[in-house]
Design a protein around this ligand. Structure first.
Ligand code: SAH
Ligand code: SF4
Length: 361
């Protein structure tokens, strides 16, 4: 194996230099070898199964103004929605009946009491209606310690909060520098999530303006040093109604962003063999086979969108988000056939919890 010494170096010494080398691999032969090695590592540590999480995009109402995001508060063009209680529970029951094993509830950020309570009641009802068999991940932004606790006690057991970039300077190039968008607070929130007992997830965007390979190498080192259990990272996709769009000339080409994302996933798998890594939806916007390719390069989690279409069309964090037009089960069947090429199966009915979490608690 041509790069075996590089892989070994990396495991022995997780330095910026070694990680950056791996991220810079770009010849077809070397890329294939890297992805194959990551796939084998994944199979060895987490098995042949891909785990499903039905994604429910609960609301696009958001208090924040992240410079990259299409549903930021300042975007007046967005028609705002919040899914009704019944609708959300129905989507969760649908996931359970179709043996998805887990759901992810994601939303714009709100911190008011009514919202906190709404989520509590939802969690209770979802668990009651699904015989307490469904894994539940929340991705609802930064909250107080008390809120994280309340949701954990009501049966949310995973939380995903992307750090977006672990580099503070870059963080403030993509967020306003104010109380609501504080790097220190985001980091603290991630620590609180871990302390509360959640399987803790984070991630970043890949291909941002101003972002270098060294930033990305540092992001992977951050993820490893923090002791993360699960990761969702994907390509940054520009949105014309956001402030970051003015820097679009600084974004790498789609092909580069795509390859960089796969390299990040494969490298992370080598660095942290027993974590869960999601195949980002945004990859499919860049390549129709994007999500399959990520699952063949070290990712082991797949998140089909279960948000009703009339809402999903208003949850455009970025443009050209893939939609299923009510055909999610058919899509999955096709997906399963494609997965067989890399001898992988869908883990129907399994929660697919992070093995790293199981090992650390
Ligand atoms: N409001 C919550 C969860 C919803 S946003 C939060 O911010 O944590 C979920 C993720 O979408 C963000 O963490 C961000 O990484 C990603 N995202 C937002 N805009 C994006 C864009 N233009 N391109 C790619 N990913 C984007
Ligand atoms: Fe809101 Fe999350 Fe988008 Fe930021 S990334 S504007 S917090 S939905």
């Amino acid at each position: 194996m041509k790069n075996s010494s590089l892989y070994n170096n990396l495991v022995n010494e997780c330095s910026r230099e070694n990680v950056a080398k791996l991220l810079s691999v770009d010849s077809e032969v070397e890329l294939n070898e890297l992805y194959k090695h990551a796939l084998n590592t994944k199979k060895q540590f987490t098995g042949n199964n891909i785990y499903l999480r039905g994604l429910i995009e609960l609301s696009n109402i958001c208090l924040k103004n992240c410079f990259y995001c299409g549903i930021r508060r300042g975007n007046g063009k967005v028609e705002r929605y919040q899914m009704g209680f019944r609708e959300i529970v129905d989507a969760a029951v649908y996931a359970w009946k179709n043996k998805f094993g887990s759901i992810v509830i994601q939303s714009g950020e709100r911190n008011d009491k009514a919202f906190v309570l709404y989520i509590e009641e939802l969690l209770e009802e979802i668990h009651r209606r699904t015989n307490h068999e469904l894994g539940v991940t929340l991705s609802l932004g930064e909250q107080t310690e008390e809120t994280y606790k309340r949701w954990f006690e009501r049966g949310a057991h995973r939380y995903l909060l992307r750090i977006e970039s672990s580099n503070e300077d870059l963080f403030y190039k993509i967020h306003p520098k104010d109380e609501r968008h504080s790097y220190t607070k985001r980091l603290k929130a991630l620590e609180t999530i871990k302390k509360t007992g959640y399987q803790t997830g984070t991630g970043i965007m890949i291909g941002l303006p101003f972002q270098t390979i060294d930033h990305l190498a540092d992001d992977l080192i951050f993820i490893k040093e923090f002791g993360i259990d699960m990761v969702g990272m994907g390509p940054y996709l520009e949105h014309e109604d956001t402030p970051l769009y003015e820097h679009r000339h600084l974004i790498p080409s789609s092909a580069v962003r795509f390859r960089r994302t796969l390299n990040m996933i494969a490298s992370l798998r080598l660095l942290m063999p027993n974590i869960n890594i999601a195949s980002a939806t945004a990859l499919e916007t860049l390549d129709p086979n994007g999500r399959i390719m990520a699952l063949q390069a070290g990712a082991n989690v797949f998140m089909p969108n279960l948000t009703p279409e009339e809402n999903a069309i208003n949850y455009f964090l970025y443009k050209n988000k893939p939609l299923y037009n009510g055909q999610v089960i058919k899509y999955l069947k096709d997906f399963e056939v494609k997965l067989q090429k890399s001898a992988q199966l869908i883990g129907y009915g399994e929660q697919g919890n992070s093995q790293r979490y199981a090992a650390r608690v």
